[in-house]
Write a protein that binds this ligand. Structure first.
Ligand SMILES: [Ca+2]
Ligand SMILES: [Ca+2]
Length: 230
């Protein structure tokens, strides 16, 4: 059994070696299946292709170009690791509009975040919908950080906008979440990025096609003021 499996592996490897040069990667290769696989469960190829077409029109670029940029940003932001139990109760924030950031790998391989609608409530995603929840009901992982955006007026308005999104659906497409103005489906970082963007503040630190949690955390106007330790 072991011998035959080894033999099969050798044959498969040999076949791969022979096959690969015959199908070199080109600029026109369809990257969508790889992107969707990187993004994990929830994202469908059909939805991604629809969003990709919108992004390409918005950016006046080809879909292949946008797909390449998406894949590059995805791979750059991915952190190896495993989920850990969310065992810590989320504390109150200093102000509405502050952000709770669960860094990768503790909040998955891309991290996660929530915006405070008030000092003691956050906009969270429950069963695919945005809901306002008291912090006492929300559990987070160790090393979660509380962040403040150094724009007091915009912070208040951003919190109000985020609060008004209650009931909207979760957007699995976190890799394309900035282009266009459609906000009918919102991801965790997208909700925060858009809340501040409508106030004239662009919290995506590195540009690109997506506003990832790490991008917002790295923004020079964002300050971390509390860390949940194990
Ligand atoms: Ca969206
Ligand atoms: Ca970005």
């Amino acid at each position: 059994m072991r011998l035959s499996r080894t033999l099969a592996t050798v044959i498969a490897t040999a076949t791969l070696c022979i096959t690969l040069p015959a199908t070199p990667a080109t600029a026109d290769a369809d990257l969508v299946p790889e992107i969707v696989a990187e993004m994990g469960m929830g994202m469908t190829e059909q939805q991604f292709r629809t969003d990709l077409a919108v992004a390409a029109r918005h950016l006046n670029a080809t879909e292949d170009d946008v797909a390449q940029r998406v894949l590059t940003e995805l791979k750059a932001k991915q952190v190896d690791g495993t989920f850990i139990p969310f065992a810590h109760t989320l504390p109150e924030a200093r102000a509405a509009g502050d952000i709770a950031y669960v860094p990768a790998p503790y909040g998955g391989i891309y991290g996660s975040m929530m915006i405070y609608a008030t000092r003691s409530t956050v906009m969270d995603f429950v069963a695919g919908k945005i809901v306002q929840r008291p912090v006492g009901e929300v559990k987070v992982a160790r090393f979660t950080r509380l962040l403040s955006v150094d724009r007091p007026d915009q912070r208040r308005h951003a919190a109000a906008w985020a609060k008004a999104q209650a009931g909207k659906s979760y957007d699995h497409n976190f890799a394309i979440n900035k282009v266009g103005l459609a906000d009918d489906r919102l991801g965790v970082a997208e909700l925060i990025w858009r809340a501040y963007r409508y106030e004239g503040v662009n919290l995506d630190d590195d540009g690109g096609i997506g506003a990832y949690p790490i991008d917002i955390y790295n923004h020079p106007d964002v300050t971390s003021y509390k860390v949940i330790k194990p």
